[in-house]
Design a protein. Structure first.
Length: 420
């Protein structure tokens, strides 16, 4: 069977990416059946994996001497160009708006920390009838202390973190391709995610998810550049901001062990261990060992409430965008015991995570002699994130910012380094 050409591969990849954006932002208005839109999203990610999973071990790009400052500024300004639209979004809602309790929790934690108060306890607010127990890790709320000290809106932290990360992407990217009309256009592929979310009502006004995207981009850059130090930093940043990465870690740990020396393994895990110990365990978890479980317990309660629905009639608002399978599973389980429904969906999610690990290991050990291991891990990082949110009982729309951004960055990268 004739292999596809490089041009064909680029067209297919960009089509998959555009399909993902379309399904996430417009699928709900076309597909009314609960399982159809997430099924198509799942199919798109599987096609992405099939297209890019195999990359040989040979060097696939030429190194170019480019101006680091110029390359960084091109990336930085790609995001900074959205300044006015971003300002319009955050000016439309107060950080303490009753639309969401996310920023209220994050800001409260940051303020408590700055004032010497333990940042893991129930958060009270006149805007909410409940008292959430924050599940947010230190590198999620910690950077907000900078904005608070400077007396700025905390949401700018995420904006400029993403601009900085895109600047790093600029340095990485333009060292691997010559300046041309194609390379410039291709460079902006990930920015389509930014533009799409910019026009998604209220998303940027109630979250700092752009900060999480920045952390994951650093991890992706570490994998694609085969730089173990950046990988270790990226893992630390992601783990200490949101625990989702834990489900990718078994596959990563096994592959990294077989692909690297004993010393490289020791160095990487020491960096991660020290980061976790000194940023989370020693300053916070050691003072109250129950905070992690309390956070999980509160999150599980939120899951049950969401599955039950809010208002009259009862509405599960995260089901409306049809970007995950929870609505389908709820109708399939068909139980008035919403806690039971939540447990079943969570069990399905964990089963999928376990299955993806097993499939990844089978593929790796079957083809490891020809696979580029870091490329393999990068593809599976995106797949893990996509599967985690697709099969989660509670997936807020803004969560999808990270896998979509990473998909865009990865496709843009492979468009310049792949052989046919």
């Amino acid at each position: 069977m004739k292999s596809i050409s490089l041009i064909e591969k680029r067209i297919i990849a960009c089509s998959i990416f555009l399909m993902l954006l379309f399904l996430h932002f417009f699928g709900k208005s076309i597909f009314s059946i609960s399982f159809l839109n997430p099924s198509l999203i799942l199919l798109a990610y599987l096609l992405f994996a099939l297209l890019y999973l195999k990359a040989d071990k040979s060097k696939q790009y030429t190194s170019y001497e480019t101006n680091i400052v110029v390359s960084f500024l091109i990336g930085f300004l790609t995001i900074a160009a959205g300044y006015n639209k971003f300002k319009e979004a955050i000016d439309s809602l107060s950080v303490f708006d009753s639309y969401s309790d996310i920023l209220t929790q994050l800001i409260t934690q940051a303020n408590w920390f700055l004032n010497g108060i333990f940042p893991y306890q129930e958060v009270s607010s006149p805007n909410f009838f409940h008292k959430p127990f924050p599940v947010y890790m230190p590198l999620h709320w910690g950077p907000l202390t900078i904005a608070i000290k400077l007396n700025h809106d905390v949401r700018w932290i995420g904006f400029f973190a993403l601009a900085f990360a895109y600047g790093l992407w600029g340095i990485f990217y333009f060292r691997r391709t010559a300046f041309s009309i194609f390379s410039i256009i291709n460079f902006f592929i990930p920015s389509l995610v930014f533009l799409s979310f910019m026009y998604k009502d209220k998303i940027y006004a109630v979250t700092i998810e752009t900060l999480i995207v920045s952390y994951y981009l650093i991890l992706l850059l570490g994998l694609l550049s085969k730089n173990n130090l950046i990988i270790a930093i990226g893992i630390s940043l992601c783990l200490l901001s949101r625990y989702t990465l834990l489900f990718w870690m078994p596959l990563f740990a096994i592959v990294f062990y077989f692909e690297n020396s004993k010393m490289a393994n020791i160095k990487l895990w020491l960096i991660v261990l020290f980061a976790v110990l000194f940023i989370y365990v020693i300053p916070f978890l050691s003072h109250d060992t129950s905070i992690f479980l309390k956070g999980i317990s509160y999150h599980n309660k939120a899951v049950v409430d969401e599955i039950r629905g809010y208002g009259t009639p009862l509405t599960s608002y995260t089901f409306l965008d049809k970007i995950h399978f929870a609505e389908f599973f709820k109708s399939l389980i068909n139980s008035s015991d919403y806690a039971y429904t939540a447990k079943v969906i969570r069990a399905i999610q964990l089963g999928v995570m376990f299955l993806v690990n097993i499939i990844g290991l089978v593929i790796y050990f079957s083809f490891r002699k020809s696979f580029d291991a870091n490329n393999f891990l990068a593809v599976f990082l995106i797949i893990f994130l996509a599967m985690f949110f697709l099969f989660s009982p509670l997936t807020y729309f803004y969560y999808l910012m990270t896998p979509l951004f990473l998909t865009g960055f990865y496709i843009s990268y492979r468009n310049i380094v792949s052989k046919a």
